[in-house]
Design a protein around this ligand. Structure first.
Ligand SMILES: [Zn+2]
Length: 441
């Protein structure tokens, strides 16, 4: 599942958590537990030829370095804006420009976002360069820059609204704003998830109804849908033209309520067999059937409340200690915004292992569901499953033996080698075994 809430520049990293979901451990002796145990032993379900393996290891290392460096750099940038007095000067400029707090808030948010985006640019460029060098992206630089400009404008629009609301709440309730801002912030998240597929996504990619160009595939997918007893009408299935920008394969569920939909990338259709697509789709449907979107929202709500509460105390402490030096007198000063964002980025970074553990549990559940739901539609789900993970891993240059700490901290999905081995070993239709989610025989 893709869980993108990039709309919040203000809460940037904070809200970009992967959809989570806790699941009880299966009772010992069931098919899932047996396959899981097999998957966690060293296995050969996903291998790469030597040259490609070396490349995958290098790519994985580059990506990890960039990811951690990016998060650290983002925080350093904010700290720099505060210690150099740049944040205070932006506040002075905004206050001088207008007597209206509305205008000041919009101006200050714009200046802060622009500074953060510009200072982040070298690392962002390095990131895109790495994607190009390893053949993961084919997006031209001009188009890439245009996407970043669009994101900046979008972040400014949405971020300004949130900042104005935040400061309104801080002024009304200086000691309880972390709670009173939480409810409207959550509403914004839900609204974002609702409108993003319809309003935001089309700004960056081209979508068309899947049935228009691939009626046979829609028919095959509808068989899977019926097998799962879920309702996903064909007009909720979309084809995304990803091949203009990336080479990887993907399919995802997104949206909520009226905007809920399944998106299949054209790269997937080009490279995977119909059976493999059915299996990938089965995984996506698992996110639907197992209610991962509402679960993800619930998890985000709890996490957000905790982060706001901790953030409230941390900002108070920081301002009491460094407020004079940074020329940020109080929490309701515009220049306190970068302090709050800094604290939230740090807290979000610290909570990544929890977010990702949730996400990995949900992704695993969706793998189980996917393999069960295509039973009887795809001739040999175990072989097809393992092979589709091999294709997926080879295409996106997944390291077959990722560092355990990196997995723990950054992986939103189980390592692809484990997923492939699980698929190869998972057989709930063997004598004495029970499927976990899909009971129809
Ligand atoms: Zn998934």
């Amino acid at each position: 599942m893709r869980w993108r809430m990039g709309m919040m520049a203000l809460l940037c990293g904070l809200l970009c958590c992967s959809a989570p979901g806790m699941r009880a451990q299966p009772p010992a002796g069931d098919a899932e537990a047996i396959a899981l145990a097999a998957a966690r032993r060293p296995n050969s379900a996903y291998t790469l030829p030597p040259a490609r393996l070396a490349e995958a290891v290098r790519y994985s290392r580059d990506r990890t370095v960039l990811e951690f460096a990016g998060e650290g750099w983002g925080m350093l940038v904010l700290l720099g804006l505060l210690t150099t007095g740049a944040a205070a000067r932006m506040r002075d400029t905004a206050v001088r420009a207008s007597g209206s707090r509305w205008v000041q808030g919009v101006l200050f948010t714009g200046m802060l976002l622009l500074a953060m985006t510009m200072l982040d640019l070298p690392l962002a460029i390095a990131g895109h360069q790495v994607s190009l060098a390893y053949g993961q992206s084919v997006q031209m630089w001009a188009s890439w820059l245009a996407d970043r400009a669009k994101s900046l404008v979008l972040s400014w629009m949405v971020g300004s609204g949130l900042v104005l609301l935040l400061f309104f709440v801080i002024r009304r309730s200086p000691k309880r704003w972390w709670f009173w801002f939480w409810a409207p912030a959550m509403l914004c998240v839900v609204f974002g998830v609702l409108v993003a597929p319809v309003v935001v996504d089309p700004l960056f990619n081209h979508f068309e109804p899947l049935a228009e160009t691939h009626p046979a595939l829609v028919e095959q997918l509808e068989r899977v849908v019926r097998a799962g007893g879920v309702v996903i009408p064909p007009e909720r299935m979309f084809l995304m033209r990803a091949s203009d920008k990336v080479t990887g394969l993907n399919a995802y569920v997104t949206g909520i309520g009226a905007s809920k939909r399944v998106v299949v990338w054209d790269t997937t259709i080009a490279r995977a067999t119909p059976d493999e697509i059915a299996l990938i789709f089965g995984h996506e449907m698992g996110h639907y059937a197992l209610h991962h979107i509402p679960e993800g929202l619930l998890f985000t709500a709890v996490l957000l409340l905790l982060l706001f509460f901790l953030g409230f105390h941390a900002v108070r402490w920081l301002l009491a200690r460094f407020g004079r030096r940074w020329r940020v007198p109080a929490e309701d000063d515009w220049a306190a915004l970068p302090v709050l964002v800094l604290v939230l980025l740090l807290l979000n970074f610290m909570s990544e292992p929890v977010e990702n553990a949730f996400s990995r549990a949900e992704e695993h559940a969706a793998d189980v569901y996917g393999q069960e739901v295509v039973h009887g539609i795809v001739a040999d789900p175990r072989t097809v499953g393992q092979h589709s993970f091999e294709v997926l891993g080879a295409q996106s240059l997944e390291d077959p033996h990722p560092n355990r700490f990196v997995v723990f901290w950054t992986y939103s999905h189980p390592p692809i080698g484990e997923r492939a081995a699980f698929a190869a070993a998972y057989d709930p239709w063997a004598p004495g075994m029970q499927p976990r989610y899909v009971h129809r025989r």
